[in-house]
Ligand binder design. Structure first.
Ligand code: BES
Ligand code: ZN
Ligand code: ZN
Length: 500
């Protein structure tokens, strides 16, 4: 989709559809966009009076051949209550408008931003909403394919004075949303088409194209590093593991400056291993590499946005299979850090591969760590499919991520990290065990396990098990991989003040 800015008056904009939005005030639609109403001969007022147009969030009112407009359709989207409106709502409603118009074979749309929204951040949010909405999860369909992609979008409402900042917003939005779609495409891939080595190849190709340094560690090098936790998971599979390392170095790199480590869980398929999962819904476990795919997408965006801080992504990739050589409940593995782990449940494999991933990121010099993982079913119990679970070892560091989440329009909720939970992962025969004893708190004990491998490095863990996959489409996004956390992490790195 081509996206450009046009500073002409909106009435003159040629398009298959012009989109704008109205607010709901005191249960009634606001004084209906006066200029539009006038141009269309009071059409909007009539619709409002009849009760069809109310301004309720994501309400869609489509007017055909509107008088006074060069565009062939006018789509008025409900923006909800003005006091609840921000860039997050703008992103969603832009996306929802595109997905509605797509079903009507619209190829060229124009999006009219209201006066208050003619900012750079709004241009970015609208662009992101449109590009994310244009993505479909139907790569492998040969029939009934949704080939109704919108081909061009024009942003309207800005004047010449605002052009440069709006265009910068569009450019940023493009980079971020294309990267989010890159992640979604990887997450949607079935596991036979995205084994650990194929994921590594995709990462390698992306890194080369983006100008990132890349190092793919094969089984031999993983063994040399004594990554017993990662190898323990991998040994049940016929597919060899990979450890994917991508590095972004800023143009003004300084000796001794902070280095952010992004560690992503990439289980290309999680059967549970010997502690095998029930067959119902197991097909979804192809998305157990979403954390790793998210970090790849983040790196893709950063390569173009060029933050001032160095960033290293570390992605342990393996299948979790119950093969003849698979690890068994009760086995003890020695992680790269030297800690011994009793594997009580082979289905708690994410924390095992992350243990070595986090330790390796520290070994590579990372001073700050963030991991993302589809880690626990327990986070789905706690937060459903709504919020990402956020765990952190230092509140000021965690707070900065939560600020980015709000800016990026992604819901995240902080969960506790507390030594009282540490008791629950003590093992009888090893240093720690990979599941909590006692009842409940499964998402927290998983986080406590990871914490054992970050030592005193500031660290944030994002449990995206409930949010990385959409079982149903949203008005603004296709079903399947969501690409959650990518926008937050990009914003977080871009605003990481290396002086702090
Ligand atoms: N990949 C799963 C977690 C998961 C669950 C992701 C649901 C997406 C949706 C993880 O490896 C797992 O199996 N965790 C176990 C841990 C348990 C054995 C302590 C779980 O949450 O059930
Ligand atoms: Zn598992
Ligand atoms: Zn898993």
């Amino acid at each position: 989709m081509e996206i450009r800015l046009d500073t002409q008056p909106f009435a003159a904009i040629q398009a298959d559809a012009l989109v704008t939005y109205v607010f709901e005030k005191d249960g009634r639609v606001e004084g209906v966009v006066a200029e539009l109403d006038q141009l269309t001969g009071g059409r909007l007022r009539e619709l409002a009076d009849s009760g069809e147009l109310t301004g309720k969030s994501l309400e869609m009112t489509l007017v055909h051949y509107p008088a006074g407009l060069a565009a062939q359709r006018l789509l008025v989207v409900g923006a909800g209550k003005p006091e609840k409106f921000g860039t997050a709502e703008l992103r969603k409603l832009a996306g929802a408008s595109l997905r509605l118009l797509k079903t009507k074979s619209v190829k060229r749309l124009a999006f009219l931003a209201r006066e208050n929204d003619c900012t750079s951040a709004a241009a970015q949010a609208i662009t992101e909403g449109l590009v994310i909405a244009n993505f479909e999860s139907d790569k492998y369909k040969t029939e009934n394919k949704n080939n109704k992609e919108v081909e061009a979008a024009t942003l309207v409402g800005w004047d010449e004075a605002g052009r440069a900042s709006a265009e910068a917003g569009v450019a940023r939005g493009r980079i971020v949303a294309d990267s989010q779609n890159f992640t979604r495409d990887l997450v949607n891939e079935p596991s036979n088409r995205l084994t650990p080595s194929l994921l590594a190849e995709r990462a390698d190709a992306m890194a080369r194209q983006a100008g990132l340094a890349v190092d793919i560690l094969d089984e031999k090098r993983i063994e040399e590093l004594k990554m017993g936790a990662l190898l323990g998971v991998a040994q049940g599979s016929a597919e060899p593991p990979r450890l994917i390392v991508l590095t972004y170095t800023p143009p003004q790199a300084r000796e001794g400056a902070p280095v952010i480590g992004l560690v992503g869980k990439a289980i290309t398929f999680d059967t549970g291993g010997i502690s095998i999962k029930p067959s119902e819904g197991m097909e979804k476990m192809k998305y157990d590499m979403a954390g790793g795919a998210t970090m790849l997408g983040v790196m893709r965006a950063l390569a173009q946005l060029k933050p001032a801080v160095k960033v290293v992504a570390v992605i342990p990739a393996t299948e979790n299979m119950p093969g003849g050589r698979a690890q068994k409940p009760g086995d003890v593995q020695i992680a790269m850090s030297g800690k011994s782990i009793e594997v009580i449940n082979t289905d708690a494999e994410g924390r095992l591969v992350l243990a070595d991933g986090l330790a390796y990121a520290r070994k590579l010099g990372c001073t700050h760590l963030v991991d993302a993982a589809t880690l626990t079913g327990a986070i789905v119990v706690a937060l459903a499919n709504v919020n990402v679970g956020v765990f952190g070892s230092q509140q000021d560091f965690t707070d900065r991520l939560l600020v980015s989440a709000r800016a990026a329009g992604e819901k995240m909720w902080q969960m506790p990290v507390d030594d009282d939970y540490r008791e629950m992962i003590k093992s009888t025969i090893a240093d720690i065990q990979n599941v909590g004893s006692g009842k409940g708190g499964g998402a927290v004990t998983a986080a406590m396990f990871l914490k054992e491998f970050v030592e005193d490095t500031p660290w944030i863990h994002l449990d995206i098990a409930g949010t990385a996959w959409l079982d149903e489409a949203k008005p603004w996004a296709a079903k399947g991989a969501s690409g959650v956390a990518l926008r937050t992490l990009v914003d977080f790195v871009m605003n990481f003040d290396s002086a702090r």
